[in-house]
Design a protein around this ligand. Sequence first.
Ligand code: SF4
Length: 207
Amino acid sequence: MTDRKYLNQLRTPTKDNPLRILMSACLSGITCGYDSTANGEYPTALKILQYDTAKVVKFCPEEFSYGTPREMSDIHGGTGFDVLEGKAKVLSESGKDWTEGIIKASEKMLEIAKKENIEIAVLMDISAACGSQVIYDGNRFSENKVYQIGAGVAAAQLIRNGFKVISQRDYASLEILYSKLNPTHLIDKTKIDHHEIAWYKEYFNMD
Ligand code: SF4
């Protein structure tokens, strides 16, 4: 769940002192996805790149450790937090144990976040590295693919070190972010975050 109170309290940046944002590289259009694509096009994230009041730092944790293209990977036995605590594993789709490499990549992402003094991270949801709201529970290519609420390993690493993370599907939170980047932006109050959509509520029995 996103921290809208934190977002509301973000400072108003300027061109000379832009808001420091860490973004999943693929969300910025870089073709670092497992299949050398950008995992689709997400206008909500691309919009952030257009503001001269934003300094966007881009990083792909999976590419850092395994290059591009590479196998798809998922978390088995828990969430990204569990991986960091040694209670769950990251396996590639062919079953290779990528736990160590993804943890190293998460540490690199944290190092960048600290060095750049990041104020907010906008990361690709669903990814075993960058997911922040929903991730797969086990192999997404299995017959009965299952989702779980939780963060991927890199997002979990950032969160447990005090950084705030939103995803490209947290539309209400993004509206607040746009209004910080440009105070003339009128917040669209009809927008909702990923954990508020009908699919999420139904799938995770939230009603
Ligand atoms: S690891 Fe993150 S940045 Fe890299 S392709 Fe996957 S979602 Fe995008």
